[in-house]
Design a protein around this ligand. Structure first.
Ligand SMILES: Nc1ncnc2c1ncn2[C@@H]1O[C@H](COP(=O)(O)OP(=O)(O)OP(=O)(O)O)[C@@H](O)[C@H]1O
Ligand SMILES: [Mg+2]
Length: 335
């Protein structure tokens, strides 16, 4: 079966700045696909191109076989969007908001009424549906937004960071709604977040996006498995000879310098002061990759002891998406 979404080398530029740098991926019908990345990674920009809010600078995407450059009017019927920022009439009730948005989609009469009630149920708001939205918590407002994005029965549903600023109860309701929509109604979902636990919980596959580029894309299981044998060891005076000897140890596959976060440049007119380099910067993180970390760890520690090389830090990376991001970029997902 053709994928519901096929993205091909999407680029978005603003002057010389490239917000999205040639992103490609595809989503199969019935998948929950995660776009995971830090602030400014390009998640919203990518979604905005796929939903016709902004035009790509180059590249394209196909949704249900239609080209976003030519067939956006047809695509808008297939797409549902929950934007990162809320769009609701605060003085109207949830039910009235949904009726209003339904009419924009050309719905009316009994069909509209039934869908509004159905969507209120999906997001668990039936009981409070007649209160003005301004009385709702952030999470409840977000759920009205989700219901609004579903009224025209999209096949592909984009949720852009739907749990930011949301109370825990609403967060759980949102998770349940997403899973229910997918399992019971077969809706394909694109879910963006910078909370890796959410992506781990909800998604089958995910792309990790950083600085406008996809740096990893796989099933959650395979992404996390990337770390099954990764050890970070902090050492002073690392050179190629040492890395070579570490890599040659039994059970070790590779030894390299882990990517380091780039330190901020000194302020204008300020000389970098060597003596003030913080203690954390006086050693380098060596990344040891192994088939299986246990034996590699034993061998590496034994070797370093033998050579009288002090260990400044040691970390066996717990297999989760946060650490996958750290492993790939040297940065924390949320700083
Ligand atoms: N209209 C614009 N003009 C110039 N740059 C823009 C514009 N809109 C977005 N950008 C830039 O594009 C980059 C990607 O932004 P985007 O909103 O896609 O990030 P994001 O991954 O959604 O982040 P967040 O998690 O904070 O929502 C950012 O550096 C942002 O400043
Ligand atoms: Mg965003």
């Amino acid at each position: 079966m053709a994928p519901i979404l096929q993205v091909e080398k999407l680029i978005k530029k603003y002057g010389n700045f490239e917000a999205v740098k040639g992103v490609s991926f595809s989503v199969e019908e019935g998948e929950i696909f995660g776009l995971l990345g830090p602030n400014g990674a390009g998640k919203t920009q990518t979604i905005s191109m796929l939903t016709g809010i902004i035009q790509p600078t180059s590249g394209t995407a196909y949704i249900g076989g239609y080209d976003i450059r030519k067939d956006m009017d047809k695509i808008k019927r297939l797409n549902g969007l929950v934007p990162q920022d809320l769009a609701l009439y605060q003085t109207l009730s949830a039910r009235a908001n949904l009726n209003f948005f339904g009419r924009i989609y050309g719905l009316g009469g009994r069909e509209l009424k039934e869908r509004v009630e159905d969507m209120l149920r999906i997001v668990s708001l039936t009981e409070r549906a007649d209160e003005p939205v301004q009385n709702y918590s952030g999470g409840m407002k977000r759920r009205v937004n989700i219901a609004a994005g579903l009224l025209h029965q999209p096949r592909l549903f984009f949720l852009d960071e739907p749990t930011v600023g949301v109370d825990p109860q609403s967060r759980n309701h949102i998770f349940e709604s997403v899973l229910r929509l997918n399992r019971e109604r077969g809706i394909s979902i694109i879910y963006t977040s910078h909370y890796m636990e959410e992506v781990e919980l909800l998604c089958n596959r995910a792309a990790i996006i950083d600085e406008g580029k996809i740096i990893a894309l796989d099933t959650i299981k395979n992404l996390v498995a990337m770390l099954s044998g990764v050890i970070h060891i902090g050492l002073r005076q690392v050179d190629d000879a040492l890395l070579g000897r570490l890599a040659a140890l039994p059970a070790v596959q590779q030894a390299s310098i882990a990517p380091q976060p780039v330190p901020p440049p000194p302020a204008e007119g300020e000389e970098p002061k060597e003596r003030e380099i913080p203690a954390a910067a006086d050693y380098q993180i060596v990344k040891i990759e192994a088939e299986e970390s246990q034996q590699a760890l034993i061998n590496v520690i034994a070797f370093l002891n033998e050579q009288d090389i002090p260990i400044a830090s040691l970390q066996v990376l717990e297999p989760n998406l946060e650490n996958v991001f750290l492993h790939l970029t040297g940065k924390k997902l949320r700083e």
